[in-house]
Design a protein around this ligand. Structure first.
Ligand SMILES: *Cc1c(COP(=O)(O)O)cnc(C)c1O
Length: 427
């Protein structure tokens, strides 16, 4: 192992940083074992879904033009439906990102006069414009679709009384975000999502329950489709793309909901029948195949990061011991220097653009400067090792991804090294 130590040294990691990493890693064996067990289950689940749908070599060829009779595309959608245990799925490169997939699921299943309810507090930033919480061209609000919100209680539990009171004859769809996103709340487990869905269906069984599944796929052995969700929505440049999908989004769910989404994505009358897959199908299939182990690598990286940062006394969500329901790790540094040093370390560990030094800058849509670290093969991919932090109190960084655990580990060691070099921490 002295060779490993040597190459770490050549990559700029001091011996004390390396040794601390080894100590913390060796204490995480049991934790990593249980993450591996989940990956094993999910690997078999994906494999079984592919075999059941009879994925063949012909499925990898793709089509051009209208894309009629695209057997690969249709089979991939069957595989997704099998994996998420739903009736149907829409999985397309024409769905440009997670926000687009969520907007599509909402806009295709709502009509003027309907109301959307979020019973888990404020949704992800980009959805504020989709819904029209922040006025925006083409929002649901512009089409006469209203929105209501019930926040979580201070202990993180559901405010069942207010949720019940908020459901009225206009309520058509409930949107439930699994991941915390940039909110300080905890990520919801699939089990808790199931309890919420059961409560809502008990009041009105016809309400469509949609789950924003971004960053949650394959972290647990069950998915929201297993606990009654009518639509499960996510991005392919996060977990289910396995780092290989270069674009795309998915909606898995009830046949009727998926049909609505397909007619909105393409055109009334055309629906799922058109939409050439071009050359992306191999990366969609292979990325999904790899996704369970890629997600487990990212999870181990997040657990390692939490334990390293706790060692230096920084507050982390989730903490080093608690169970995980998404791949995101928040670390609060309490100072600009901490946020900047951490992000510089992550960037310096990247396979692409490692020589670039990230700086805080004014980004559209944010009320403070933001620093971002990403050196990814797929631009903006956050299943690859990445971090970002707004330059404002409490000076927290959101860290996620890592296609392999050794890379995620190296990223954290680099971040610790940067924190040491800039004297934010002492070893
Ligand atoms: C990333 C994310 C989105 C939006 O996905 P994009 O691909 O960035 O548009 C929506 N919701 C949650 C919880 C996310 O993490």
């Amino acid at each position: 192992m002295s060779e490993t130590k040597e190459i770490y040294k050549n990559l700029g990691i001091d011996e004390d940083v390396y040794r601390l990493g080894e100590t913390i890693c060796s204490n995480l064996k049991e934790r990593f074992d249980s993450i591996d067990k989940i990956a094993e289950y999910n690997q078999l689940k994906v494999l079984q879904a592919m075999q059941k749908a009879k994925v063949s070599e012909a499925c990898l060829y793709g089509t051009t033009g209208y894309g009629y009779n695209d057997i690969g595309r249709d089979t991939l959608e069957e595989v997704y439906a099998n994996v998420f245990h739903t009736e149907a799925a829409l999985v397309r490169p024409q769905i440009t990102c997670g926000t687009h997939a969520l907007a599509l699921a909402l806009m295709s299943n709502l009509r003027p006069g309907d109301e959307v309810l979020s019973p888990v507090g404020k949704p992800y930033d980009t959805l504020e414009e989709v819904i029209g919480i922040r006025p925006s061209k083409g929002s649901l609000a512009e089409y006469g679709i209203t929105y209501s919100q019930v926040d979580l209680l201070s202990d993180g539990s559901f405010d069942y009384d207010k949720i019940k009171a908020s459901i009225n004859e206009k309520t058509k769809l409930v949107t439930i975000q699994r991941s915390k996103g940039y909110e300080p709340r905890k990520t919801l487990s699939v089990e808790r999502i199931g309890q919420l869905i059961a409560f809502i269906k008990d009041i009105r069984p016809d309400i469509i329950c949609m789950v924003d599944n971004c960053y949650g796929e394959f972290v647990e052995t069950i998915e929201p489709g297993d606990v009654g969700a009518d639509m499960v929505v996510g991005s392919l440049i996060k977990n289910p793309g396995g780092g290989l999908a270069p674009i795309g989004g998915y909606i898995a769910g009830k046949k009727e909901c998926i049909e609505n989404a397909a007619y909105r994505l393409t055109s009334p009358g055309l629906g799922k029948e058109v939409g050439a897959s071009l050359g992306v199908l191999p990366s969609f299939f292979q990325g999904l195949f790899l996704a369970p182990t890629v997600v487990s690598s990212a999870l181990k990286g997040a657990v390692f990061a939490a334990n390293m940062m706790e060692h230096f006394g920084f507050s982390v969500i989730p903490d080093g011991k608690e169970s995980r329901h998404d791949i995101i790790q928040a670390v609060t540094f309490g100072s600009k220097e901490g946020v900047v040093a951490f992000c510089k370390g992550i960037q310096a560990a990247a396979p692409v653009d490692s020589f670039v030094v990230p700086e805080p800058w004014d980004m559209p849509g944010y009320d403070s400067q933001v620093i971002m670290a990403a050196g990814a093969f797929v631009s903006g991919s956050s299943i690859e090792l990445s971090a970002d932090g707004p330059i404002k109190p409490p000076y927290a960084v959101y860290f996620q991804g890592g296609l392999t655990f050794p890379h995620a580990k190296f990223g954290i060691l680099k971040a610790v090294q940067e924190l040491k070099n800039s004297k934010v921490i002492r070893l």
